[in-house]
Write a protein that binds this ligand. Structure first.
Ligand SMILES: Nc1nc2c(ncn2[C@@H]2O[C@H](COP(=O)(O)OP(=O)(O)OP(=O)(O)O)[C@@H](O)[C@H]2O)c(=O)[nH]1
Ligand SMILES: [Mg+2]
Length: 372
């Protein structure tokens, strides 16, 4: 029997039904050998119900579904042992598990050729994306017929009109937002008690998620919410105001706030009216800090202060749009989703890194392009 492809296509775990995919010229003959249709004859062009028989023993009731060309899906019951027993039987009869299957964390397996692995990665992630605009963007980036990353890869790989080295560098320079969309950066709202952190946090979240109150030291725990800022996902963190305190619980809150400040991609430091210092000798965050004047409606007139800091009022919303743009500029270097080709997974970025490295050395990049 000629070699053919076989693979369990269902995710790991138990389910009512499971699917084994078969592909190749020899598959029809294989099915004739193992499948006993309920009808008198089996027509490979139609779905058919029957039993699978291995070594004279019935393995399961199945449905054999033609899915185009010489590919078939066999639907069995979902017990993984059963599925793998059938796969094993096929492997022993000349089947091979294709090495171009992309196995995702969810267990989803996608056969990929050319740029379809980029497509598969987009589809894999799309279910966790809470923004229609980003989902649409990912689909365009991964569709070789649209003007996105997949099309760029296809063109560059064929060595056609684009100059691969330059284009690769261009695409790589966009890496920060390419990745950030799928692994949102962390932005912390920090400052002294009563700076207006929770009020601003609630404005970003769009509902009264945390308590705002005039008594200093209201927030103690770290509160994290996934928010979409101009469509870009961000993990926004609120927490305790920075001050020394005899209150054990508040101290613990401050410790947690200091820890998350150390880990965050960006720390928005709120300077409330009347305050000039906010870090009080705390570690300099360098480029990870974005200082703003908070409760800015209390400083009249509402315009940037002499110190050049952006004025923001969480209560009235003044300055919030400018703050959003500034945050995105600091994180991604852009404020809107661009239509330029951009990689969006670590795998793609890693491959681009390797490509550029290989090009610099004057090496052969064909095998690398093929991996996209
Ligand atoms: N006028 C005005 N008042 C504000 C603004 N933001 C917050 N406040 C008020 O200032 C007080 C403190 O606000 P919070 O948002 O709770 O301040 P916080 O920084 O979270 O304070 P802690 O949790 O104690 O660290 C509350 O009475 C708010 O109503 C603002 O932009 N304008
Ligand atoms: Mg608070």
């Amino acid at each position: 029997m000629k070699p053919f492809d076989v693979a369990v296509l269902s995710p790991p775990g138990e389910a009512a039904l499971g699917v084994v995919g078969l592909r190749g010229e020899a598959v029809a003959a294989l099915i004739r050998q193992l499948f006993r249709p309920r009808a008198r004859t089996w027509n490979p062009a139609q779905s058919a119900y029957g039993t699978l028989t291995v070594d004279g023993e019935t393995l399961d009731d199945v449905v054999v579904v033609p899915v185009g060309g010489d590919s078939f899906m066999v639907t069995l019951h979902g017990n993984p042992t059963l599925l793998h027993a059938f796969e094993q039987c096929c492997l022993e009869l000349g089947g091979e598990r294709p090495d171009n299957l992309l196995q995702f964390s969810s267990g989803f397996v996608v056969p990929c050729t050319g740029s379809s692995s980029i497509r598969a990665e987009a589809l894999e992630t799309i279910s966790s994306i809470g923004s229609l605009k980003i989902a649409t963007w990912l689909l365009a980036q991964s569709d070789p017929t649209e003007d996105g990353f997949a099309a760029w890869v296809a063109e560059a790989a064929s060595g056609a009109s684009v100059e691969p080295a330059t284009e690769a560098v261009v695409a790589m320079s966009a890496r920060r937002w390419g990745i950030g969309l799928l692994d949102p950066p962390t932005v912390v709202l920090s400052g002294p008690p009563n700076a207006g952190k929770s009020t601003l946090f609630n404005r970003f979240v769009g509902r009264p998620r945390v308590v705002e109150d005039a008594s200093p030291g209201t927030t103690r725990d770290l509160i994290v919410e996934l928010v979409y800022v101009r469509e870009f996902p961000i993990r926004l963190v609120d927490g305790a105001g920075l001050r020394s305190s005899d209150d054990f619980i508040e101290q613990e809150g401050v410790r947690r706030m200091e820890r998350v400040r150390g880990e965050a991609d960006l720390v928005v430091e709120l300077v409330p009216p009347g305050a000039s210092e906010i870090s009080d000798g705390r570690a300099d965050l360098g480029t990870r800090a974005l200082k703003i004047r908070s409760r800015f409606d209390q400083i009249l007139p509402v315009e940037p202060g002499d110190d050049g800091l952006l004025g923001v009022s969480g209560q009235t919303g003044d300055g919030v749009e400018l703050l959003e743009r500034t945050i995105l500029q600091r994180l991604y270097g852009i404020e809107d989703l661009p239509s330029d080709p951009a990689p969006f997974t670590m795998r793609q970025i890693h491959l681009l890194d390797l490509l550029v490295e290989t090009m610099k050395k004057g090496g052969d990049t064909r095998a690398l392009w093929a991996q996209f």
